[in-house]
Design a protein around this ligand. Sequence first.
Ligand code: MF3
Ligand code: CO
Ligand code: CO
Length: 267
Amino acid sequence: MSIVIKSAEEIAHMRVACRLASEVLDYITPFVQPGVTTGELDRLCHDYMVDVQGCIPAPLDYAPPGHKPYPKSICTSVNHQVCHGVPGDKKLKAGDIVNLDITTIKDGWHGDTSRMYAVGEAAIQARRLNEVTYECMWKGIERVRPGGHFGDIGEAIQQHAEAAGYSVVREFCGHGIGRAFHEEPQVLHYGKAGTGEVMQPGMIFTIEPMINAGRRDIRMLGDGWTVVTKDHSLSAQWEHTVLVTETGWEVLTLSDGAPPPPVFVRA
Ligand code: MF3
Ligand code: CO
Ligand code: CO
């Protein structure tokens, strides 16, 4: 197996699937309030994807090797949950931070994106973690270019996270994406510039750093999916699906409600 280079036509399909994934987040944003359960957010997103967008929610019944089928349509990771939080009956409360991770399938093509939310008024430390993690994702995106190495992305993210006093989760990474949910390559969120495979125009992959306020160690809950920090420190994650262009990068998971890039990208 190697890294798939997408044709212009395939890229056009990916643009649609990716925009739709981002539009699910636009749709759900006003519902992320104290008192809502993560199960309710899952149901709303499921119905929007299926009934309004004509998409398939990729997580539902997704069963990679060694995992039982994922039982819900989105991932909701609250506070010390790192990723793959399974929606349920727990109500969000003011001060929580939560990641909503959406993967749509449209006409056989996958779009994958996630955002952090602060529920009500969150503490300054929690808001800073969300913000620095957003910057980490964009520090990675900025390093995407033909001829660059995947290690360039990892190094940029790790440097930014550790300079802020945070740690990078190692066990999960970004991934190639297209007709399959998870394709080659693995996009590490740590590492050394100049190492790893070389990026080429037409490659499409996610950048989705998981950043912990405390130590990087994680463990898996008994449900077989939900990943949490071992030390119970807060964890944040943002995700975009990105195309390598002839000159650099294009973020595919954009929509009207997507937050603007940090100032260091726009400048
Ligand atoms: N969306 C996640 C990712 O970014 C994967 C979720 S797999 C699931 O790769 F089964 F938990 F949904
Ligand atoms: Co992903
Ligand atoms: Co995702």
